[in-house]
Every structure is written in C-alpha cells, then in structure tokens.
Write a protein that binds this ligand. Structure first.
Ligand code: IVH
Length: 672
C-alpha cells in the first residue's frame, strides 16, 4: 500500500514537472523570454530524471528527458508524404511580383489579401502531431518521399514534443541554424581539423541528417513553422489564422509577418527586410508571399511543382567581383592545410574584404579557381567572406590551372589527401607549424589560460628551439625568456608566474589543451568529471567512455586512440614530472563540497570592475565553494558581488533587496 501511495505521489509530481519544464522551455526557446534561471530549470530536470529512474513506468514518451536519443542510427527510413511537399516559383524583382499579382487577379478576382513571411534559409520538415503528441518528423526529400528524422528533431528544443491541445495535425516549417551558432561550429571544426560548413543551411542539413542524435542535440538548431497542411478538427480559413493557431498551440512561428491588400504594400515590406536581413540572427534568402484566404488559394490551385497562390521573392545575393592575387596555405594544429584567397580589396555587404576562405583543396579544383582570375565573393552566413565562383568570361587564354601544393608550406614534407577527407594534411608529427598551433591552443583561454603568451612570443620560442612541445613550456627560465625580442624583465617574470600558476589548473583544462581530435571544452569537462584523473581516463574502455551522457562514439574512439599513442603517454609523464596537475579539481559535484561555506548552494551574480580578482577565476572559486554563478539578477539571487562602476545589476539588486557585497567583504570571506 505504501508503495502505491509513493507511486501515486511520484506520478503526480512527474506530471507537474513535465508541465513546468514544458512551460519554461517554451518561454525560453519559442518565445525567447526566459522567466527562470538555467540552474532552476536544471534542478527541476534532475528531479524529473531521478523520479523516472526510480519509477521507469512513469517515463512518458514526451517527457523533456526523452529528447536526447542515445543510439546511433543505421540510416534514415524513407517515408512517403501524405501530401507532397511542393516548392515555390520565384520572383527576382518588382516586375515579377506584379506579374504574379496580375495572374492571381485573373484567377480569383480583385480582392486579394497577401500574407508575407520571411523566407528562412534552412531545410524543410514536416511534423505530425497525433492528439497533441509529436509522432513523426520527415525531411522534404524529393518532395514526395523524405527521410524519417524524428529522433533528431526531438532533440531540437524549440520543437514541442507535446502541444497545448490534443489536436491531430501536420505542420511544416524550416529547420535552421542561427548565424552565431554557425560561426561557433565552424571555429570548432577548424580547431578539430574538420572541413567547414559553407553556410548555415548546409550546417543545419548536416546536423539534422547526422546519424548520431547526440551530435544533433549538441548543436544549436531551431525551427520556424510556416504552414499547417492537415487540420484535424480545427477550423481555419486563412494562412494568418493558421499561424496564430499554431503559435497558440506552442509551435514556434516567425513573428515578422504581415497581411497586405496590395502588391505595392508587399513591395514596401520586401524592401524593409532586404535592408534588415543582415541584422537578423538567422539567414533569410527572400520573402514568401502567400494568398491569405484558403478559399482563394483553392481557386488559384496548383501546377505540378508549386502552388499558384504563392511566390518566393529572392533577394539578390550580395556579391562583389575582384581579382585573386594569391592563394595562401596555412597549417592547423592537426595538420590540416587550408587555403585562403588574397584579393584586391573590395567592398562587400558593408565592409572591405581582401581575404576570403577557399575552404579546401577539393573546392579549388571543383570551382577551377586560378590566380589572376576575377572572382565573385560573398559572405557565408552573412559573416565570413568566401569565393563563390570565377568570372570565366574574363579569363585570358593564357591562364593556367592552379597547382595544388604537394609539400607542407612549413616543413616541406609530402602532403596527403586522405580518402575520406576534403582537406590536404601534413602528416609529419614534428611539423613546426602544427606544433606552434598546438601550443597556441594549449595556452588559450579555455585551455591552460596562460596570460601573456601571445603568438609572437610562441613563434620566437620555436625559432630559438626553446620549445618543441608543450611540456617544454614548464622548463623555461628567465634568462631564456630575456633572449627574446621585445620582452622586458617584468613581463618575462609575469609570464613565468602565469606558466607556474597554470600547473594547478583542473584536469579538464589540460585535457582540452592537449588538442585531442573531437575533444572540445565541453567533452573535456564531462570526461574529467567522470574519471577525475588522467590515469583513470587512460585506462577507461571505449564503451565506458561512450556511456557518458553527451559523449558519442567518435569522441570515445578518439580518446582511446590518443592514449594508445606512446608519444601522448610520454608527454603526460613529462608534464607530471614538471608538477602539472593531472586531476580534476573543478566544480565538484555538490555532495563532495563543504556545506558550511556561505556560498554553498547560493545563487551569486558578479558585476562591475574587479580590482583583486579575474572574473573567471573568481567564478571558478565560488563554484568550487558550491555557488551557482549566474549572469542576471532575479528574486532568486542570493548575493550580488559588485566591483567598481556597477550599473543596472546593482540597482536591480537593491530594488529586489538582494544582499550586495563589495570586494573587501568577499576577500575577508574567502581569505585572500
Ligand atoms: S511556404 C508549397 N514559407 O522555401 C510550398 N516556404 O523555395 C510552401 N521556405 O521548400 C512553402 N521559409 O523550404 C514557405 N515562410 C516560408 C518559408 C518557406 C522558407 C522554404 C521551404 C520551401 C522553399 C521553397
């Protein structure tokens, strides 16, 4: 009986938690208006997870814990769409839109209402909800048959697993990757020696169609839903009504939409967003104009390929033409050799551009890019300039194909073009350019965070053969540093101090700094939290590593391969001999913390200029003492630490009666 009672209580709480978490998630991911701290969300999520672990029978299919699919997929099952996913006819100027308007007037009469929406540059999906529950997500494919990507789509937080009403409907929309996430992802990939994604659309497609749902979950995809194709019981008469209803159901729709009575008003909207497009956080490639009333849509009808009641106005691509002067090759820390185009300076979408990415050697061949060509440049994701194509008409007959380098520009060893890679690679483990890049990574902020060790000093350390691998950093002497160009005694001393201080970094910084393929800062933290010492990680079997939430097979394999290398084991031994810490001392799990600290289990915000602490260090120390350091003041904040010139956070804290500490009181408390 007791068990029954417990079970019933648990069941009630699980329902409550799912409702709460769904609400917070909707506020955060769909409305972009969070109402609680992340930590609060995490707490509730953990509570739900625990209950579900204790009572597996209570795991609901649409519980937020069920978003991350754990198993690797073999492939995607093909699914036929109930209703084909059509494409749209295009217009490229006002004339094109006027012609569209005229055709429609002939088909449906003069009282047409146009509904305008942004044309999101991503990939189309169709989502089926049965009685309010997400049951299937399928890509567009060829329009008739697409791929079942339900597991991956479930990991996208702005896609609700459960609607606010138990309706049976099918909705369609565009999955996209925000510009900022695209840039961050490519930076990450470059660091890992992987080929860049050319634009956010390709990145979104690659992510959605990844066979490891964990990869999809780890990248930041989002969605805008733009049409309802099966309504169930709902009575809806127009596109604008459909979108409002979808929003009401909890689906994410784009708010920048409007209804107009004439094509001239439509044109004003088009021009407005043509201006605004670079300021939006996601890419759009045009405007979609739809007849608003469904009855009139039916009257207009369809061609085989596209509806007659809608058209896509495509923005002109912002491209500039300039001359390619040279191709520069640089070697990354994993040996990937990447080409950059050096061009005559040219204006492009608001900035002067003279370097542009060529991505990889295959792309140069494919686009037949040659020195002295006139080339078109464009900004991928509106941000990173790239060469898109050659103006072949202006190419002189004497032009000769570009010769792909066969030797590493840094160490002259032969370059390899591995079968499964798009990039050229220098395989020489002793290549100085790679070693230099590895060192730059090792000292960088998220790795060992050694202040004052800039690229110029690193280059000199290599040239003078004072450093060959990262362990040599810990052997440097003041005398050696003083032989470098432009380094004063004071800065040399500071540098030595910074190097010394880095020895006590927690294991995750070192693990990330080692630059193991696929091991980013987050994976390094997860691995360190789990294994706590380098030694234990070294002995961990692949299956064990892979079982960590957030770590996939690819990372696990890479970690095992790294520790199999004799050179890697030697390096770690050398680091240990120099006194570099190889254990995890980071934000320990709460149970192991000192509960008597005033910061234990407190939510703390830091603001203003600090004189005695570096902000990141302070954050780490407080976290070690059990604090949860967050970025914004709310009623839940327990302490605000305010340095000089604290602004709005300080006034808000006072308003909410949150205790405010200055640096003095802080130093007294943590004994510095
Ligand atoms: S409506 C019958 N609305 O553009 C097709 N499409 O070129 C109805 N797209 O395949 C599509 N944003 O992937 C529509 N607000 C929007 C859109 C949009 C992006 C994409 C969609 C479609 C392609 C057509």
């Amino acid at each position: 009986m007791v068990l029954d009672d417990d079970f019933q209580l648990a069941q009630k709480r699980v329902d409550e938690l799912i409702t709460l978490l769904d609400r917070y998630s909707h506020e955060y991911y769909v409305l972009d208006r969070p109402t609680i701290e992340d930590s609060e969300y995490d707490k509730l999520y953990q509570e739900l997870l625990k209950l579900e672990e204790t009572y597996p029978a209570l795991v609901q299919q649409d519980s937020p814990t069920q978003r991350v699919g754990g198993t690797l997929l073999q492939g995607f099952e093909k699914v036929e769409h109930d209703l084909p996913m059509l494409s749209l006819d295009n217009a490229f100027d006002l004339e094109g839109l006027r012609a569209f308007d005229l055709r429609l007037r002939q088909l449906v009469g003069d009282n047409i209402e146009y509904e305008c929406e942004l044309k999101i540059d991503g990939l189309a999906v169709s989502l089926k909800y049965e009685e309010g529950r997400l049951v299937q997500a399928v890509t567009r494919g060829d329009g008739r048959i697409g791929e079942n990507v339900t597991g991956n789509v479930k990991t996208i937080k702005s896609v609700p697993l459960k609607l606010k009403e138990a309706v049976t409907i099918e909705v369609r929309g565009e999955i996209y990757m925000p510009k900022a996430s695209f840039v961050a992802l490519n930076e990450d990939r470059e660091e890992q020696g992987e080929a860049n994604f050319a634009n956010p659309r390709n990145a979104a497609a690659g992510t959605l169609r990844n066979l490891d749902p964990k990869v999809t979950a780890s990248r930041n995809l989002s969605v805008f839903l733009y049409s309802m194709v099966q309504y169930g019981e709902l009575e809806i008469d127009s596109q604008s009504e459909a979108l409002s209803k979808m929003t009401e159901l909890g689906l994410k729709t784009n708010p920048d939409r409007a209804v107009f009575q004439s094509i001239d008003e439509v044109w004003t909207y088009v021009e407005k967003y043509q201006e605004k497009r670079t300021t939006l956080p996601y890419e759009i490639d045009g405007i979609v104009i739809k007849v608003n009333q469904f009855e009139e849509q039916e009257q207009a009808g369809y061609t085989v390929k596209a509806p007659r009641w809608a058209i896509a106005y495509k923005f002109p691509a912002e491209e500039s033409k300039t001359k390619l002067l040279a191709i520069e090759w640089s070697v990354g820390r994993t040996g990937v050799v990447t080409p950059t185009a050096i061009m005559n300076p040219v204006q492009l979408a608001g900035t002067t551009v003279q370097r542009a990415s060529l991505h990889n050697v295959d792309l140069i061949k494919e686009r037949d890019i040659r020195i002295n060509d006139l080339v078109f440049v464009r900004k991928a994701g509106d941000i990173i300039p790239e060469v898109v194509r050659v103006d072949f008409d202006s190419r002189p007959e004497s032009s000769i194909p570009f010769e792909i380098p066969t030797e590493c520009p840094a160490c002259q060893s032969e370059l390899a073009h591995l079968e499964d890679e798009v990039a050229l690679r220098c395989l020489n483990p002793k290549c100085p350019a790679q070693a230099k890049e590895r060192l730059i990574h090792f000292v960088s902020r998220n790795a060992m965070n050694i202040d004052g060790l800039g690229e110029k000093i690193i280059i000199q350390l290599f040239e003078k053969q004072l450093v060959e691998d990262v362990s040599n950093l810990y052997e440097l002497t003041l005398e050696q540093l003083l032989t470098l160009d432009k380094i004063a005694e004071k800065s040399a001393e500071n540098l030595l101090k910074a190097i010394e201080a880095s020895k006590s970094n927690s294991m995750e910084r070192l693990l990330f700094g080692l630059g193991i393929k696929h091991v980013g800062a987050k994976a390094a933290r997860l691995l360190s939290e789990k294994y706590e010492t380098m030694d234990q990680l070294k002995q961990a079997p692949k299956e064990d590593i892979q079982a960590i939430d957030g770590i996939g097979e690819i990372i696990a394999e890479s970690v095992v391969a790294f520790f199999d290398l004799e050179a890697a084991r030697d390096l770690l031994e050398k680091l240990a001999t120099h006194g570099v810490n190889l254990t995890y001392t980071g934000a320990k799990k709460r149970e192991t913390m000192d509960e008597s600290s005033v910061f234990y289990d407190k939510t703390v915000v830091i603001t203003g200029k600090l004189e005695h602490f570096k902000r990141n260090d302070l954050k780490e120390r407080l976290t070690l003492l059990g604090a949860n350091v967050t970025g914004s003041i709310s009623k839940k904040t327990d302490i605000l630490i305010a340095g000089a010139d604290a602004g709005s956070k300080l006034s808000k804290a006072k308003e909410l009666d949150v205790p405010v500490w200055d640096e003095e009181s802080l130093m007294k408390e943590i004994g510095q």
